[in-house]
Design a protein around this ligand. Structure first.
Ligand SMILES: C[S@@+](CC[C@H](N)C(=O)[O-])C[C@H]1O[C@@H](n2cnc3c(N)ncnc32)[C@H](O)[C@@H]1O
Length: 183
């Protein structure tokens, strides 16, 4: 009897591991090679300080990972937050943390290309250049005037002229944000 229970638990474990492995491969395909890499908390704090936001501003994280950027905005007072994540593992982490933090951040397990941006005030992206390039038309068509796109590390090439803020003088090539304001 005990062996049957152990076997069932083992098979469940293998099944779950298989689901996560397949989901990760599928996600990497759709994520155009943008992997799940989290920003250090120190960097996130600097970003939150540098981005002027109102408490009611709608803030979206495109590729929200484990949710840490949105949790930091929430801690700083933002009330209207939503994350879009295509990879199952970081999405699961964000939902688990949401539960334990009693957070009101909304996390969607979906491709950010399907997000509705019409009321969004700020879009945060920590994505590589090819993924940003694929979003340029969506930002231009859907975001309202005065909305902002905040990109960490990488810029949207051949678009509006961004404001550039360096977060760390010792690592100017990566630790910077590009802020684009829609006109
Ligand atoms: C570099 S991580 C950034 C994570 C988080 N924003 C942070 O700063 O800690 C980029 C995330 O974007 C996700 N991603 C890439 N392409 C995506 C897409 N098309 N739709 C939703 N999420 C995507 C990846 O799975 C990954 O978790």
């Amino acid at each position: 009897m005990v062996w049957i229970v152990i076997l069932i638990l083992f098979l469940i474990g293998v099944g779950v591991a298989l689901i996560f492995a397949i989901a990760t491969v599928v996600a990497l395909f759709f994520a155009k090679g943008v992997p799940f890499v989290s920003l250090p908390q120190k960097t996130i704090q600097k970003i939150v300080q540098q981005v002027n936001f109102g408490k009611q501003d709608k803030i979206a994280d495109f590729g929200s990972g484990d949710g840490r950027v949105l949790f930091a905005f929430e801690k700083a007072g933002a009330k209207n937050l939503q994350g879009y994540e295509i990879s199952l593992w970081p999405f699961a982490l964000s939902r688990i943390q949401k539960f334990f933090k009693c957070s009101k951040v909304k996390f969607y397990f979906t491709n950010f290309h399907s997000a509705d941006l019409k009321d969004v005030d700020i879009v945060f992206c920590y994505l590589m250049e090819n993924a940003l390039k694929s979003l340029k038309d969506k930002f231009a068509q859907e975001l309202k005037p005065s909305a902002r796109v905040v990109c960490f590390g990488f810029q949207i090439k051949n678009w509006h002229k961004p404001e550039i803020i360096f977060l760390n003088q010792k690592n100017k090539e990566i630790d910077r944000i590009f802020i684009y304001t829609i006109v």
